[in-house]
Ligand binder design. Sequence first.
Ligand code: ADP
Length: 476
Amino acid sequence: MTELFGYERDEMLGNRIEMLVPTSAKDKHVALRDGFMQNPHSRPMGLANSELRGARKDGSIFPVEVSLNYFFQNQDKYILGLVTDVTERVRIENELKATKSNLYKLNEELEMLVIQRTAELVKSQQLYEMIAKNFPDGIINVLNEDFNYIFAAGRDLKKFNVSGEDLIGINYLDRIDSKYHAELLKLFNLVKEGTNQSCTIELLEGHYELNIVGIKGSSDRVERFLIVEINVTKQKELQEEQFKALEKERELGEMKSRFVSMASHEFRTPLSAILSSASLIEKYEEKEQQEKRLKHTARIKSSVTNLTGILNDFLSFDKLSSNAIESCIEEVNICEVIKYAIDEVSAFKKQGQKILVSFEDESCIIKTDEKIVKNILLNLLSNGLKYSGSESTVEVSVKLLEDVVVLKVSDNGIGIPEKDQSRLFERFFRADNVSNIQGTGLGLNIVKKYAEILNGEISFESKEGIGTTFTVVLPQ
Ligand code: ADP
């Protein structure tokens, strides 16, 4: 008691037990004690859930546990109360209670956090899926280390007639033309080494830009590949169109500068011939000098024809380059067309030159475009005369076969050196052996384009120094 309540034994003896009860509980305790005395039985003191307190001599209060008992001696009733200081137990219990409530709070908070995070995750997952599914003009692909699909989404999947689910497990390369496999495998290896890669490939007649990114796992090693395919077909088409337009512009520029240099070169000879002939004619005043005058007027005429030919070539070339020529197919009398062409080129004839026509069929009527065939013949015949000497013969032949007309123009002129033959139809190309024979190098290019407009073909056979035969085959 001394230790527990601070009283000496003598101080307590003869005193009521209430001296150990806090003042606030004293009255109540007297009543409870009286009740127990009348009906004593062994029990712990205090009601359930009620906390008992003891009061020390110094007035401090502390928690106690009391168990009550009784016994009789010489017919006197004694009450035995066992008081235990439970300060420490209550402290531990309180601490435990506090920890429990803290844990409970923490648990609740954690649960709330988990619910919140899950909702956020679901939201962001939905967002990613939405973005991926609606990824415009492309596909988002995620592959594992073996390039098998883990995920695929994007609007362009529809073009391939597959869904993202269909692709899961399928090897990425199975979707790609085998000609790209080696390149892609090389890129995948580079991505594994840590550098993102990109390339452009053709997929289903479209062009796709591939951006390949490595996704690292916990081991800091690339374990997945993210491939973003962007459909760049439109951009590519636009680029090609721009390139073609630029190319055309460049060609036009080149053609103009060629024309300037050619015009200054090719026009000079006939123009100076015209000038010198005109000055000479002025001097031939005598009547008997008529022959000389005629010689010079003929030179003037031939020079003018020459110039007209050059200008015609340029005009036709310009029209053909701008696609301004359309064919008009009708029934044409080919014999008449040949006659007209022969008349037209007669101004080019050198002394003693002849043009022979061989025609074996009964009908002269074919179905073609008259103007185009005339231009083809004019070009081939004038070349035949131009590149062969005086007293030579140029031959024109026509053959009507079942579906085609075959026109041939042959001469025994200077021929075409073998090394130049492959380039003969190129614009501005002239063979090495033309020496000072005038020309633009455009005529055959024009003839070839004309033949193509009629869905026909042109070819030739030639031997240098022996002669040349041009063959034009036109469908009817
Ligand atoms: P041009 O006659 O104005 O030079 P062409 O395009 O008509 O241009 O002909 C291209 C080249 O083909 C000529 O420069 C010439 O070298 C060669 N060529 C064309 N026709 C003949 C031919 N009948 N005989 C020999 N060479 C020819």
